[in-house]
Write a protein that binds this ligand. Structure first.
Ligand code: SAH
Ligand code: SF4
Length: 373
């Protein structure tokens, strides 16, 4: 018999599982706490479950996190973990410590099918969606790695520091992949991030970043509205079609309407627009003018991301003076604009540098050759 992986379940899923084996629903809450708050990886650790249940569970269920590959630490404190998700496939997770928070950047797919021009993950092609266990497993592992060992009767909850503050206070789905194209598994994992029996993060501290999959933005708004970042990168359709090819399917007019709808139900009263700064491509004064017009009636913040280069990308990072000017032009017009600090680039952990290892199933390289022929 196939054993189910308990890390694949959020609370309703685990309740259904326990009911299916004739157990009471409250077992789900107990087990969720063991798995996610105490980092248990063995049913024997779950000392408040009846002995008979502890013996029975391993026959029908398992606790199978993704396999941890190697870990790298940057000189600025950023840490990156490689997770093995099947033969020749690896994804990456990054922890970014700051004075007032600790942010974990989580991957949602092995590679990405959307092929944005400036993105190293996109250039790797696409293999498959991560399971819910593989998505939440990144938080599970990072908590463990950051919080030392798991002890059944420790006084400090797993994942908290000596001041009893969460080591990982924020999660961003900004690693490898397009989370909204792996909708159900992402929603299950995010619901664990929010659940008080699991990680208990607020909706404002969990951010999904999307390249703009309009129908899925609406579904997320209805199902589980968390903070939303939209990868804009261009102020007009002609340029965005080039940089973010999915724009041909969901052009800016539709995307902007979806953003407005999202704000109504989302936990924040603004949308974050990410904008990667590419030298001579999208960083000119006229682009600011167009951006201001495009977003004139949307409550939003701009997060400018200096482009992080990777081999053969064909792009250069905008000079810092140009980024500064771009930001101040936005600010002078009354918008909020911040510039993302580049973190962890000495270990290739900065935005867009995550490459992991992807056995491409999309045959993109062949398609590109066909296009060039
Ligand atoms: N697929 C989602 C989330 C993952 S990408 C999305 O596109 O939003 C996370 C962020 O990193 C996106 O804003 C993406 O555009 C940006 N990014 C990708 N490649 C980059 C690079 N080389 N330098 C800087 N940012 C990059
Ligand atoms: Fe995919 Fe996001 Fe990279 Fe585009 S930027 S290829 S959507 S991961």
């Amino acid at each position: 018999m196939n054993r189910v992986n308990l890390l694949d379940f959020d609370l309703p899923g685990l309740v259904a599982f326990f009911e299916s084996i004739g157990e009471k629903p409250f077992r789900a809450r107990q087990v969720l706490q063991w798995l996610h708050q105490r980092g248990a990886d063995d049913f024997e650790q779950m000392t408040d479950l009846a002995k008979s249940l502890r013996i029975r569970l391993p026959e029908v269920a398992e606790i199978r996190p993704p396999v941890l590959g190697h870990e790298q630490c940057s000189s600025d404190g950023t840490r990156k973990w490689l997770l093995e998700v099947g033969p020749n496939n690896r994804v990456e997770t990054v922890f970014i410590p700051e004075d007032d928070r600790g942010t974990l950047c989580v991957s949602s797919q092995v590679g990405c099918a959307l092929d944005c021009a400036f993105c190293s993950t996109g250039k790797q092609g696409f293999n498959r969606n991560l399971s819910a266990a593989e998505i939440i497993g990144q938080l599970w592992w990072a908590n463990r790695a950051l919080a030392n060992k798991v002890l059944a009767n420790q006084t400090l909850a797993h994942g908290f520091d000596s001041k009893n503050e969460r080591i990982i206070s924020n999660v961003v789905l900004m690693g490898m992949g397009e989370p909204l194209l792996n909708f159900e598994n992402t929603v299950t994992a995010v619901s664990l991030m929010l659940d008080d029996h699991a990680y208990g993060l607020s909706r404002r501290r969990v951010t999904i970043s999307t390249s703009g999959i309009v129908p899925a933005m609406d579904r997320l708004r209805e199902r589980l509205p968390v903070a939303l970042a939209v990868s804009l990168h261009a102020p007009n359709d002609a340029l965005r079609d080039q940089l973010v090819p999915v724009n041909r399917k969901y052009p800016l007019k539709e995307l902007m309407s979806a953003c407005k709808r999202y704000i109504v139900d989302g936990p924040r009263d603004f949308i974050t627009f990410e904008y990667v700064m590419l030298d001579g491509v999208n960083d000119q004064p006229e682009h600011v003018e167009q951006l201001l017009h495009l977003t004139r009636d949307i409550s939003c913040k701009f997060n400018l991301i200096p482009f992080n280069p990777f081999p053969n990308s064909g792009f250069k990072r905008s000079p810092s003076e140009r980024v500064r000017k771009f930001a101040s032009q936005l600010i002078e017009a009354g918008k909020v604009a911040t510039t993302r600090k580049t973190r962890g680039d000495d270990i290739d952990a900065a935005c867009g540098q995550l490459a992991g290892q992807v056995e491409d199933k999309s045959k993109r390289v062949i398609k590109r050759m066909e296009l060039a022929a």
